[in-house]
Write a protein that binds this ligand. Sequence first.
Ligand SMILES: C[S@@+](CC[C@H](N)C(=O)[O-])C[C@H]1O[C@@H](n2cnc3c(N)ncnc32)[C@H](O)[C@@H]1O
Length: 270
Amino acid sequence: MGDRNPMGRMSAWLRDAWRAGGTGGLNWHLHAATSQQRWRGTQEAIDRALARVQPTQRQLLLIGGSAGWMMSTAWLSCFERVDVIDIDPLAPWLFGRRHGPALKRAGVQWQFHRQDGIAGLPGLLREFPQAFVWFDNVLGQLRYRLDDEAALERQLGQLQHWLLGRAWGSVHDLLSGPIAHDLPAAVMPLCQSAERAESPPEGGVHYRVNRRLTSLDALGQQLLQGVDAEGIWQDHCTGVVFPNGTAVQFIPWCFKPRYCHWLELGWIRS
Ligand SMILES: C[S@@+](CC[C@H](N)C(=O)[O-])C[C@H]1O[C@@H](n2cnc3c(N)ncnc32)[C@H](O)[C@@H]1O
C-alpha cells in the first residue's frame, strides 16, 4: 500500500495485522473465532438471505472479506472466481483455511488483494468490470474512522452512484448497542423486511414496512425494542447506502455478550 519507506510499510503492515482500521486484524479474528457459537443464528440468517442472491455474474468482488467468518461457503461456491479485498494482511491465510478447501473442490479460483476497497472502489470497478460486488460487513465500520456524521453520510451515499449500472449488495451495521439479555440462538423470528423508500419533503432516511412509510428513526425504535435494547446505541449512518426501492432485511447479531448490532442486508441486480 502507498508508503515507499520500508519502515513506514512495515509499521502499516503491523498496524493492519493488529487492528486493520479498528475493525479487523488479529483483534477481529480472535473475537470471531471465539464467538462462532453465539453468532451461529445470525450466520444462518445471512446464509439464507445470500441463497436468494442469485447473480448472473460469474465473478465476485468481496470487499472487506477478511477470513469470511460470517460468509457462506455455499454462496461463494456459486462463482467461478472470487477476488477478496481487505486491508488486513492476516486475511488471506485465514480465508484460505476457512473457505479454501471447499472452493477448491467446487473449482472456484480465489485471490486476495490487500488494498482499500472503499477509497479504491472506482479503480476496482474498472479492474473487475464483470464482477458482482459484495460489501461484506465493512460499510458500517467507516463510523469508527470518521466522527463527522455529515461527511460520513456523504461518503456512504456516494457509493451507490459509483455503482450505478452494476450488480452489487451489502451487509452492514445499521445500529449497535447494549441489550438487556443475549439473543435467542435462532434469530430468524426477530428479522424484519422492508424496502428503502424515497424521502418525503421533510427529508430523512425512510423505509416502507408493510407498505407504510416509516422513518429510520421510528423503525430504529422498533428494532431496538425487538432486542430489549438498553443504554446508548450508535447509528452507523448506513441508512443512505442503498438506493430507493431496494428490498432489505434487518438481521440482529449478538456481537458480544449483551451487545447487539442490527445488520442491514440488501442487493441490487444491476
Ligand atoms: C467487521 S470485519 C468483517 C470481516 C468479514 N466480512 C468477515 O465476516 O469475517 C470488517 C473487515 O473490513 C476490513 N476493512 C475495513 N476497512 C476496509 C477498507 N477500507 N477496505 C478494505 N477492507 C476494509 C477490515 O480489515 C475487516 O477485515
